[in-house]
Design a protein around this ligand. Structure first.
Ligand SMILES: Cc1cc2nc3c(=O)[nH]c(=O)nc-3n(C[C@H](O)[C@H](O)[C@H](O)COP(=O)(O)O)c2cc1C
Length: 191
């Protein structure tokens, strides 16, 4: 079991965020989503390329469409979330047309900004790599010559674990982390 104790006093927002599965059906407003997207805009990126792209489902019609892209194991709990977002990366630099090797990294940075802004608004998020790539491309009209889908994010209001199917309930808690010594070293790499 990885531990939840902190090793240094970082801002609590990093430690207190976690990804629940239990969401209630309260909608996410267009104003809230605009704030989340605004936070993502200001992330750093190589050459200031900003290679991220977010496809947002807020309306019931759009959420029903996006739900068809999720694997069953995610759909079961993500179906309630007020918003579903598909995170994509732009594969090539817009200026040169050459492959952008850090596009996914940059998109991750922008996504974390969106996630932490959601926390600040009292919303919860849960990223999902479990989706059907081909169905997503077809249903959401992704131009794969330009974009690659990376993950979906469920965004919504937390609900009690009791409303989840039983097998998900005991996973509804903040997870621990590896110690700093397993993820960092000072100086030359020491295997
Ligand atoms: C790229 C990515 C893909 C993920 N895919 C899934 C997924 O398909 N289903 C799921 O339940 N959780 C998924 N997660 C959530 C992780 O399991 C979770 O972030 C991790 O266990 C740490 O827990 P925490 O976010 O609550 O701190 C994903 C997270 C990331 C960043």
């Amino acid at each position: 079991m990885q531990r939840r104790t902190t090793e240094a006093p970082c801002d609590p927002i990093f430690v207190e965020r976690w990804s629940p599965r239990s969401f209630d059906t309260t909608p996410i407003s267009a104003e809230q989503m605009k704030i989340l997207l605004e936070a993502s805009r200001w992330a750093p990126s190589a050459m200031n390329e900003q290679p991220w792209f977010f496809l947002v489902a807020l309306s019931e019609e759009d959420r029903n469409l996006f739900k068809q892209c999720l694997v069953q194991e995610n759909l079961i709990w993500a179906a309630n979330a007020g918003a579903l977002v598909l995170v994509l990366k732009r594969i090539h630099y817009t200026k040169t047309g050459t492959p952008n090797p850090t596009a996914e990294f940059d998109t991750g940075l922008a996504t974390m900004s969106l996630i932490l802004q959601a926390e600040k608004l009292g919303l919860a998020t849960h990223p999902m790599g479990g989706f059907h790539r081909e169905i997503t491309i077809e249903k959401l009209g992704v131009d794969v010559t330009q974009y690659e889908p990376i993950c979906f994010i469920a965004i919504g209001h937390r609900a009690p674990p009791e409303q989840l199917p039983e097998r998900f309930r005991d996973r509804e808690f903040p997870k621990g982390r590896k110690p700093q010594c397993e993820i960092s070293q000072y100086g030359k790499f020491k295997p």
